[in-house]
Design a protein around this ligand. Structure first.
Ligand SMILES: CSCC[C@H](NC=O)C(=O)O
Ligand SMILES: [Zn+2]
Ligand SMILES: [Zn+2]
Length: 421
């Protein structure tokens, strides 16, 4: 299969048969996918240049705030008829995770479209699709001559995939963030293989923990007492036993989804110098994701106890420890949720509300007290974020633009709320 040319493309990957001309929104999506904003060295300049061009096309101002050296947040703003009202934030991150190219059918940065209209590339689901869908929805609303009462900000953020410390976590504390006067935010969600759309009203808290096990050193030919490895084994056993318990709870009547149980994965082990020296220290690291319903203080006490029981001197340290458990209202009486869910209902979309199993920049937005909903309009699509051969069908992508068109129009038309200017 031949890679499609950049533009004006149209043929489904060089197939014979009738030519379906490509929607310009799909062409733009494919152009954006070709930018290598991939870790560990994302080409953020390319993304910023692309966004400059978009702002120019839309006739909207773009603001850039460098929160850390080389880490710029860009904001394209469509001012509403009543700018004193709280605004709507459409958030997306510009970075993508790396690929194992040898496991991909096509070049992960060529945005190849196959004969079924499936577009392959890193970021097709996470979350370059959503970025372009926001842009295209605004483009269409503007070209229809619509004026919405609330201001809409599209925000483009770096470094979400590496934890957001130099991105959204910094920016929510920046005076420029306050100035945006945000009332409600949309951010990324996940695909759904069925007919429904999954909507996330909260997230699990990520805890990244390293447990250090000190022990007596000595010659590898002896029975050294109280070794690091013996303690390490106890630590691993307790964490992985807990993993089994949680795994068993999944898919039972009390826990329906991954968002309802604590996940534990052992992700790194370190220690030792040579075959014949008993090491003085061994380390093990875990990635834990804890639902907002868990008492975090009690949970940390359990970890403390596990370490104590593993032996003398066993200690732990956090590389990430998120404690904010705020969730966004999905009550019918909530004006934002009402606008969101009613608009989806009017489009005959079935929604499934869940807790996001991993972490997104929404956690920083919720942590400063703002409501945020995680939503990527991809149904009939396997969940392939961070996976090989990530793809999105162009029809699903195009339908998502229509969804945002309606959603943005109704969210930015939510009448003045109590306490608003
Ligand atoms: C905990 S910070 C890392 C954030 C990352 N986000 C997307 O995959 C995640 O691992 O969930
Ligand atoms: Zn993402
Ligand atoms: Zn991701």
């Amino acid at each position: 299969m031949l890679p499609d040319k950049d533009e004006p493309s149209g043929v489904g990957g060089g197939q014979a048969g009738p030519v379906r001309s490509e929607d310009p929104a799909v062409t733009l999506f494919r152009q954006y996918l070709r930018l290598r904003t991939v870790h560990p060295e994302p080409d953020y300049d390319a993304a910023l240049q692309f966004l400059d061009r978009i702002a120019l096309e839309l006739g909207l101002p773009i603001k850039k705030v460098e929160v850390c050296p080389g880490r710029v947040i860009a904001i394209i703003t469509w001012t509403g008829a009543n700018p004193a009202l709280k605004s709507i934030l459409l958030n997306s991150h510009t970075d993508v995770v790396p690929v194992y190219q040898e496991h991909w059918k096509y070049d992960a940065f060529a945005a190849i479209k196959d004969e079924d209209g499936n577009i392959y590339g890193r970021g097709t689901q996470d979350m370059k699709c959503v970025t372009i869908q926001y842009i295209e929805a605004i483009r269409r609303l503007k070209s229809q001559g619509k004026t919405l009462s609330r201001t809409v900000h599209m925000m483009f953020v770096p470094d979400e995939e590496v934890g957001g410390q130099k991105g959204m976590e910094k920016f929510v504390e920046h005076p420029e963030f306050k100035k945006l006067n945000i009332g409600f935010a949309l951010d990324e969600g996940l695909a759904n293989p069925g007919e429904s759309f999954t909507v996330f009203y909260g997230e699990k808290n990520p805890w990244w923990i390293t447990v250090t096990c000190p022990g007596n050193p000595g010659h590898g030919s002896r029975f050294v007492e109280n070794t690091a490895a013996e303690k390490l084994r106890r630590v691993i056993n307790t964490f992985l036993d807990f993993r089994e318990t949680e795994k068993k709870r999944l898919n039972t009547s009390e826990c329906f989804t991954l968002g309802d149980v604590t996940t534990v994965n052992m992700t790194m082990v370190k220690g030792g110098l040579t075959y014949n020296m008993v090491p003085a220290e061994m380390d093990v690291s875990f990635d834990l994701r804890i639902p907002p319903t868990v008492n975090l203080q009690e949970f940390e006490e359990r970890i403390k106890q596990w370490c104590k029981e593993a032996g003398d001197g066993v200690s732990y340290k956090f590389a990430q420890k998120h404690m904010n458990q705020s969730v966004t209202s999905t009550a019918d009486s909530d004006p934002w949720w009402n606008a969101f869910s009613m608009t989806c209902k009017a489009m005959n979309m079935k929604l499934k509300t869940e807790i996001f199993p991993a972490a997104t920049d929404s956690r920083f937005i919720r942590a400063v007290g703002l409501p945020a909903i995680g939503f990527s309009p991809m149904n009939h699509t396997p969940i392939l974020l961070h996976d090989h051969n990530e793809f999105l069908n162009e029809d699903v992508f195009l339908r998502g633009i229509q969804v945002y068109e309606q959603l943005v129009a109704s969210l930015a038309s939510v009448p003045r709320l109590v306490g608003e200017a």
